[in-house]
Design a protein around this ligand. Structure first.
Ligand code: PMP
Length: 363
């Protein structure tokens, strides 16, 4: 091994922070050094650096602070939202920091870690049946808000969603790649906030950057070309016909959100690539094992698409892909199914290879 003369040092962030909320955003774009082919540069934007571990911290603080500014939210009013998890965890964190009560509605299919995390932050979690899918928990949140006078966060429709990505996520990308090539930016969609907000700015300031969108091959809502039935307020009326349940949590709900519709109407993506969930989980694990970077299934899915793109990309292409959340959010989910908790035979032989501290049976 080559001797390393580099001495790692840090110098602080230059100031103490007034609130956890001020630590949201400014996530790093990190180069991958082992997985991509040698002829490209592939970077990941690691949203798990946000204080509650996902990209949705940005949305959560935006919804609440925009509503405070407009007067739509009263001090101490309860906030309610339908959430596949990360939005709920982000809102629970922001509500805890600002002193608002928070109620999340979510389908029973969402991982246990997510429910427990929200409750740990002091939120209440109302579960809805699996058979009613995301739309069921959405309708429950609307009912609870109407019957109690609560503030509905409306992540799928609110203008505060794409706006925060335009002002923060997109600005960070433009700043980090200033004076550098950026040939491709790869993302998936849940609400579509990341895509729509980032694309608004990239189309203006980096028009040469190709925007690559992905969705699960089991739920090709956009790929099907079928439109979404919506109310006058933009809320979905029924499940999209191309939807099938999939394991890429946080991606592609069973309807096309209004926030995403702006990206469709404005041609905000140059290509649409379906991805399968097995490959997504495999890429998430590879990213941990080969690069030391821990992300969830949607991060693995985005990386799977970026790696395929990298194979075909021309010499010295630069690709950036989004990693929406941390892999720790999936310990009880299929992503970690293959990871054993007991010693395997190799670990057992290691245990037996020296005389002391042996575990005799699988305690
Ligand atoms: N991945 C995960 C794990 C998520 O929770 C979300 C947000 N639902 C996304 C991706 C997609 O982000 P957006 O809502 O901005 O499209």
């Amino acid at each position: 091994m080559e001797k390393n003369s580099f001495i790692r040092k840090t110098s602080g962030r230059g100031r103490p922070y007034e609130s956890v909320l001020d630590t949201i955003g400014n996530t790093p774009s990190i180069r991958l050094n082992s997985l991509p082919p040698a002829h490209v540069e592939l970077y990941v934007k690691a949203e798990f650096f946000n204080p509650a571990g996902s990209v949705k911290d940005r949305l959560a603080v935006s919804i609440i602070e925009e509503a405070e500014r407009s007067g739509a939210l009263r001090q101490g009013q309860t906030i309610v939202e339908a959430t596949s998890g990360n939005t709920g965890i982000g809102l629970a964190m922001v509500c805890a920091a600002k002193g608002y009560p928070f109620v999340a509605t979510m389908p029973t299919t969402v991982s246990i870690e997510r429910r427990r995390l929200m409750r740990f932050y002091g939120a209440r979690v109302v579960l809805t049946p699996k058979k009613d899918k995301a739309l069921g928990s959405y309708k429950k949140a609307v009912e609870l808000s109407e019957s109690n006078g609560w503030f509905l966060a409306s992540q799928f429709e609110t203008s505060a969603n794409a706006l925060i990505h335009q002002r923060t996520t997109a600005r960070e990308i433009v700043a980090d790649f200033e004076g550098k090539r950026l040939d491709y930016w790869v993302t998936g969609y849940g609400t579509g906030g990341t895509l729509t907000g980032v694309a608004r700015l990239l189309r203006k300031e980096r028009p040469e950057t190709k925007i690559i969108l992905s969705e699960p091959d089991k739920a090709e809502l956009l790929g099907s070309g079928e439109t979404q039935l919506r109310s006058a307020a933009g809320q979905p009326q029924e499940s999209h016909p191309a939807f099938q349940p999939h394991m890429i949590q946080g991606w592609t709900p069973d309807f096309i959100p209004l926030v995403l519709q702006e990206a469709i109407d404005n041609g905000f993506f140059d290509d649409l690539v379906p991805v399968c969930e097995e490959e997504s989980m495999m890429c998430s694990e590879l990213l941990a094992k080969r690069e030391g970077i821990l992300t969830g299934v949607s991060g693995g899915a985005t990386l799977a698409v970026a790696l395929k793109l990298a194979e075909e990309a021309s010499e010295r292409s630069v690709i950036l892909c989004m990693l929406p959340d941390t892999g720790e959010r999936y310990l009880s989910a299929p992503l970690f199914d293959k990871i054993n908790t007991h010693m395997n035979s190799e670990e057992r032989s290691l245990s037996l290879s020296t005389p002391n501290f042996q575990l005799l049976d699988d305690e």
